[in-house]
Design a binder for this molecule. Structure first.
Ligand code: AMP
Length: 394
């Protein structure tokens, strides 16, 4: 990668600033409802603690847009982290300023300080140089372990590198980049990409890139209906992005030219809308009634996709096959989750929905790698260079 690992640096007694991604979901009482992202950063934090570094953690949480919002404080995160580490984690009142600096100066080797939400300052997302300099002044060494924000050039992951000499990647960031590169650079074939979710627009670039890399593209979820309509079929009330019909058509034509097999659902589970308790029925993709919406792939599509995945040696999956949040439309997503889990090939899954579908199905330990990132995962698979990664290159 041309990037130093945290293991390449001497951390002893040094002030080590670690950018983590603690952007966890909170309920209305500020309880953390999913701590996967905190757990994912533990290896790096624990390593720095064991090396007797003075550990300073920085993260954002939510989108406070430059304003202090108590509901987006990292205090509950520091508390949870302290439980997971089995050591106390001090909480700073801000992420820059004299008070914070004083707390940093008091840190002893092996102690951990959590800075308050970076995005309470508008300068963070603007990659403001003064703000980046103020953050950098808190540490002697910078470690980035926040892969999930690596597609954004912000002060705490990109700007900061102008003001701090020693920089490296944490274990999570390295693992994410390595797994995605394994799929993109020299995949064992056949290589299949499974894409689902609501929108084609979010995944156009990714599809273009996949056409150059994969042997099979399997499309489910709401986004499938834009392709179905682009083939001239009626789709009832199903989700369609009409402005993308031409693009969808062009992608399918290109797939044909390149010999990439392109799989769309052949049937779907329909209802009047994405609501619980409505009457549902299976329809072939050619016969979706005008007043109904396709909300999950049907049994014939499940069998087709399963067959297509059967011989694959590399599988990348992002996005649910239907409105899986509602039990009546979750079967397709769970069936694909089972197929991915059963594969003997390399399996890489990314995006919050896909991850939670695997969790619900109890299959998380059956795939090789689950990315903690959504946007960064998709952008890197889409062939983009991530600013937060490239800046770490020596
Ligand atoms: P995305 O953020 O684009 O990955 O989309 C995820 C969302 O797509 C989930 O909340 C699903 O409920 C939704 N979704 C999946 N399939 C469909 C469908 N057939 N119609 C409408 N929404 C869908």
């Amino acid at each position: 990668m041309g990037i130093k690992s945290i293991q390449d640096l001497d951390l002893k007694s040094k002030k080590v600033l670690i950018r983590v991604d603690f952007n966890v979901p909170l309920d209305e009482n500020s309880n953390i409802t999913d701590d996967v992202r905190i757990k994912a950063a533990l290896a790096t934090i624990q390593y720095a603690v064991n090396k007797r570094a003075k550990v300073i953690l920085m993260s954002h949480l939510g989108r406070p847009k430059g304003k202090i919002d108590k509901k987006k404080s990292l205090i509950p995160v520091a508390r949870r982290l302290s439980e997971l580490l089995g050591t106390s984690v001090n909480m700073a009142p801000d992420c820059i300023g004299d008070k914070v600096k004083a707390m940093v100066d008091e840190l002893k080797p092996g102690e951990v300080l959590m800075l308050e939400n970076l995005r309470f300052h508008i300068e963070e997302e603007k990659n403001n140089p003064e703000f980046a300099r103020a953050l950098a002044s808190l540490g002697e060494v910078f470690v980035n372990d926040a892969f999930a924000t690596a597609h954004r050039a912000h002060a705490s992951n990109v700007g900061i590198c102008d003001y701090i000499k020693e920089k490296a990647a944490g274990f999570l960031l390295i693992k994410e980049v390595e797994y995605i590169n394994r799929a993109l650079k020299d995949p064992k074939r056949p290589f299949a990409a499974i894409l689902g979710g609501a929108k084609v627009s979010d995944k156009l670039e990714l599809l273009e890139n996949f056409l150059e890399k994969v042997d099979k593209i399997i499309i489910g979820g709401g986004m499938a209906f834009t392709f179905v309509k682009a083939l001239g079929q009626e789709t009832g009330k199903s989700l369609v992005e009409d402005d993308l019909l031409d693009s969808a058509h062009a992608i399918m034509e290109k797939a044909k030219l390149k010999g990439v097999k392109f799989y769309l659902p052949v049937d779907c589970s329909c209802a009047a809308g994405p609501k619980e308790g409505l009457q549902t029925s299976f329809r072939t993709i050619q016969e979706i009634p005008e007043d109904l919406m396709g909300l999950d792939i049907g049994p014939a599509s499940i069998a087709l996709f399963s067959e297509a995945l059967g011989d694959c040696n590399t599988i990348v999956w992002n996005g649910p096959m239907g409105v899986f949040e509602i039990d009546a439309f979750a079967a397709g997503t769970f069936a694909v989750a089972k197929d991915v889990a059963a594969s003997r090939g390399l399996t890489i899954v990314g995006g919050g929905d896909t991850d939670s579908a695997l969790q619900k199905a109890g299959l998380t330990d059956k795939v090789d790698f689950i990315s903690t990132a959504g946007g960064a995962f998709l952008e890197m698979l889409g062939g983009r260079v991530l600013p937060g990664v490239v800046v770490l290159e020596q």
